[in-house]
Design a protein around this ligand. Structure first.
Ligand SMILES: [Zn+2]
Length: 284
């Protein structure tokens, strides 16, 4: 990251971003892959993302890179190599000014829902932020729009340019809307992306998207078992639209509690190091 005058809000965002990397790893939202970014509190046209490294190993501000929202180019051209999929972040920040944190994941708990053609639904109150419909973006639709020459390029499923990023960002809006109407979008044969107005909110949503996926999988298994025993109802019960709306407000009002726990969990785990946290406590 470039050396310059930084606000306290910026330094807090950096500390939280490093901790968020650790929390997401601790809770199996990311492994060696996956990433989390934050919009710079000092410049809305810049976002901060780690360089090309596993989230668990991000430990200081020097591991982070500032990118321009406009085209995902690094602010400092001498910055090291970055994630190929950073266009996920830039295109979402470009389209939705209210989004300040973006998380991209290939979490194992969610993968059955991006390969199995089964809709993800909110199974309990902590996952109200999912709403009753979680959109699915299939990059194959973007490949289809390419010219026959372009289709010959490597179809590796990565959001590696602004067009794929734009098409993904589009799925956060309801048809015809330019507002961010969804908090999570699933990505066919790939994973999911979660957004929020703060690091804490996005981390909450990413973690509980995975928990919800796990619960839904088990609920569907139990429902199938019930059906095999002759029960008339074979579908799990999900939150209604009104319940999901009400629960989302509750989710936002209570997210400080899990954040406090998760912060402590990674603080005491020797795998993770946050030098910016140490520099804060040792400051005069
Ligand atoms: Zn990915």
């Amino acid at each position: 990251m470039t050396e310059k005058q930084q606000s306290e809000a910026y330094r807090t965002a950096v500390r939280q971003l490093i901790t968020a990397n650790h929390i997401l790893h601790y809770h199996k939202v990311v492994d060696a892959y996956g990433h989390v970014s934050v919009r710079s509190p000092d410049d809305a046209e810049v976002y901060i993302l780690s360089g090309n490294r596993a989230p668990a190993l991000v430990s200081s501000a020097t591991d982070l890179i500032e990118y321009r929202v406009s085209d995902s180019s690094p602010v400092d051209h001498s910055a090291g190599s970055g994630f190929l999929e950073r266009f996920i972040h830039s295109e979402i920040y470009k389209r939705f000014p209210e989004v300040n944190c973006v998380i991209h994941s290939h979490a194992e708990a969610v993968l059955p829902y991006v390969a199995g053609n089964v809709e993800m639904k909110p199974t309990f109150h902590i996952a109200g932020f999912l709403g009753t419909k979680v959109p699915v973006y299939n990059i194959a639709t973007s490949y289809e729009k390419m010219s026959s020459y372009e289709k010959e390029v490597q179809q590796d499923m990565l959001i590696s340019n602004d067009q794929y990023g734009f098409d993904l960002a589009n799925h956060f809006s309801k048809r015809g809307s330019w507002s961010c109407d969804h908090n999570v979008v699933l990505m066919t044969n790939h994973g999911f992306t979660a957004v929020g107005s703060s690091i804490k909110q996005s981390v909450y949503r990413a973690v509980y998207t995975c928990v919800n996926a796990d619960v839904q999988t088990k609920a569907m298994m139990i429902s199938s078992a019930r059906a095999s025993q002759g029960a008339s109802r074979s579908e799990p019960v999900y939150l209604t639209e009104k319940q999901a709306r009400g629960c989302q407000k509750m989710n936002d009002a209570t997210m400080d509690r899990p954040w406090g726990l998760w912060e402590r969990e990674v603080e005491v785990c020797p795998l993770y190091r946050n030098d910016e946290l140490e520099s804060k406590t040792s400051a005069p």
